[in-house]
Design a protein around this ligand. Structure first.
Ligand code: AMP
Ligand code: ZN
Length: 461
């Protein structure tokens, strides 16, 4: 049984999808005015873990991630450069997709762009006007939060702060501002669309209501984001959607805590951020970032330091070395009961942990225990081929969720295999000069040899 902490009810709840075996999952995606920073990627890595684990638990996941390609910041950025909004945002969408790939983030089934869903937003705003939840002022259209009686249920915002009829036009605003927000902004020049509700452009919040409901239905299973999205963005998504449909919008709201730097939120506005490229330029492995972001529970704040990144890189190296070492078990001793038991224990902890609101520490503890015991039998040569391949299969199974092992690294080319054989022969012939030459040549290819009493092992660095 899977349980998730639901921000809406402030409780861990058993997860029951609307339709058996299928999960509708919506993720607030990037605003494409610049490169995403690794704080943003904390949210996307957590969502990737959720996505992959739901699949591991045999759910079919339908995942939607929107792309905010029109808002105050994207318009400002494109105008500053004197390029079209499309050209400007295309550039950052490509960069985002590249970063996603480097971090091994699964591509959502749908990546809808706000600018391609203006009609859906207009239709939704029309319903809100008809039902009396929205009103026009100076050519723009606002949502009247005092009309939506359960406003504030997600964020627990202090409703005594509501200022009826006081409006906010900017896309991002502060927690104290409990005000009517813009659904549609009048625009006579610059970026606008001519529509049935006038000439203008959408506010930020309406896009997520329109696009999530288009692809996932009026009520769907899970909506995610970082905690900074709870208010006002997600609160407003609920208000718009539920006011329009009269139905519950989302059953489970999951939010991740922030990535911090010196205990402050990593953010563009504070300037205390690193993009993925900044970190790769320093020579770090992108998978180490993935692992660092993944290995802390998503609801715990995570303070980013270079030291923790180095530790993550070392852990990844250990995983890879372990995975590769499993190929060197030569003993054909079969069926070691204790290895099978260890695998079973590790699998149980993996599932028990992740089932419990994605408790990653518990999930990882089983894998670490398994690695520790199996490493001992690898070192003393007692691990049988069959057991080794079962451990390998288990690692591949859990790596479908973790995605941190370099499986292709465990393969050598025929030429490389030939070199190792030749070196073994040279050593038998006591031709140590030739053996050393080959060792050096392989080292230059990133393959490190280790001679043990059970033969020569290699690992790729
Ligand atoms: P934005 O492009 O600002 O809308 O942010 C995209 C996603 O990143 C949202 O889900 C945010 O909640 C999330 N986010 C932004 N900064 C951080 C941070 N420092 N730590 C974790 N998530 C963040
Ligand atoms: Zn959103």
């Amino acid at each position: 049984m899977m349980r998730f902490y639901n921000t809406l009810t402030k409780k861990k709840e058993e997860f029951r999808p609307i339709k058996e075996g299928v999960v509708g999952l919506y993720t607030c995606g990037p605003t494409v005015y610049d490169l995403a920073h690794i704080g943003n990627f904390r949210a996307y890595v957590f969502e990737d873990l959720l996505h992959r684990y739901l699949e591991y638990r045999r759910f079919k996941v339908i995942r939607v991630m929107n792309i905010t390609d029109v808002d105050d910041k994207t318009i400002r950025g494109s105008q500053k450069e004197g390029v079209s909004l499309r050209e400007f945002t295309d550039r950052y969408i490509s960069a985002f997709l590249e970063d996603m790939e480097k971090l091994r983030l699964k591509k959502p089934d749908y990546l809808p762009r706000a600018t391609e869903h203006i009609q859906e937003m207009v239709s939704l705003i029309k319903v809100l006007l008809q039902k009396g939840y929205a009103y026009r002022r100076d050519g723009s259209i606002y949502f009247s939060i005092s009309k939506f009686t359960s406003y504030g249920a997600l964020s627990g915002i202090d409703l005594s702060e509501i200022k009826p009829g006081v409006r906010v036009d900017v896309d991002e605003y502060e927690k104290e501002d409990v005000r009517d927000f813009a659904l549609w902004k009048e625009a006579k020049e610059g970026v606008y669309w001519d529509t049935e509700i006038g000439r203008g452009r959408p506010g930020w919040h309406i896009e997520c209501s329109a696009m999530s409901m288009k692809y996932l239905g009026e009520t769907f299973d899970i909506h995610t984001g970082g905690i900074d999205n709870i208010f006002p963005h997600h609160e407003n998504e609920i208000a718009q959607s539920e006011a329009a449909t009269g139905k519950k919008f989302v059953n489970y709201w999951l939010h991740c805590a922030h990535l911090l730097v010196n205990n402050e939120k990593m953010s563009k506005s504070k300037g205390n951020f690193y993009t993925l490229r900044d970190i790769l330029n320093k020579g770090y492995n992108p998978v180490a970032i993935r692992y660092l972001l993944l290995s802390t529970h998503y609801r715990d704040p995570l303070n980013f330091t270079e030291k923790s990144l180095i530790q993550a890189e070392n852990t990844i190296k250990n995983y890879n070395a372990f995975y590769q070492a499993l190929d060197f078990c030569k003993t054909d001793k079969t069926d070691n009961r204790s290895v099978k038991d260890e695998i079973e224990k590790a699998r149980e902890l993996f599932i028990k942990g992740l089932d419990d609101d994605l408790n990653i520490s518990l999930a990882l503890s089983g894998i670490f225990n398994l690695m520790r015991t199996v490493n001992i039998s690898i070192a003393d040569g007692s691990l049988g081929i069959k057991d080794a391949s079962e451990v390998k299969r288990f690692l591949e199974e859990v790596d479908g969720v973790m995605a941190v092992i370099d499986r292709e690294k465990a393969e050598l080319t025929e030429e490389e295999k030939g070199m190792i054989k030749e070196r073994e022969q040279a050593r038998k012939n006591r031709d140590f000069k030739r053996a050393d030459e080959i060792r050096e040549a392989l080292k230059n290819k990133g393959i490190v040899l280790e001679d043990t009493s059970y033969g020569t092992r290699w690992k790729k660095d």
